[in-house]
Design a protein. Structure first.
Length: 143
């Protein structure tokens, strides 16, 4: 029994080390190229998007217009950078990338405006469209 636990602990340690190495490699290289500051900024922005979207979804469920406004402002402040960002793939289709970013911006603005009016069903519908824009963009330019 003791040897089995020891083997399990060693295996878990090896798996953990491999996961750390893979994560470190992702941070240094991207698509076979060294990740520059612009790409690092884009990755940080996407992390912020995920957090803000989670907060918006929760706020819409709670009918909390103030949080929706705060979090949509965070998203909207980054839209100019998003429109200028370089996608991970399909670089020749950058105009489509920018079109999706513009549509995302419109959906986020609509979400905020409707939440301010306390039209939470409408705000949820607009926010669902915004989230679908993320999925659409990632499918074409990221995943």
């Amino acid at each position: 029994m003791g040897k089995a636990i020891a083997r399990l602990a060693v295996a878990a340690g090896v798996i953990f080390m491999l996961a750390v190495m893979v994560q470190a490699e992702e941070g240094m290289h991207h698509g076979g190229m060294h990740m520059d500051e612009e790409m690092a900024r884009q990755h940080r922005m996407m992390g912020m998007y995920a957090q803000a979207q989670a907060k918006i979804a929760g706020a819409l469920e709670k009918r909390d217009a103030a949080t929706v406004e705060t979090e949509t402002r965070k998203l909207l402040a980054t839209i100019p950078d998003l429109k200028k960002a370089k996608p991970h793939k399909n670089l020749k289709e950058r105009k489509i990338f920018q079109k999706i970013a513009s549509a995302f911006e419109g959906d986020v603005k609509t979400t905020s405006a409707l939440a301010k009016k306390r039209d939470f069903p409408g705000a949820k519908a607009a926010f669902t469209k915004a989230q679908k824009r993320c999925d659409e963009c990632h499918a074409k330019f990221r995943d």
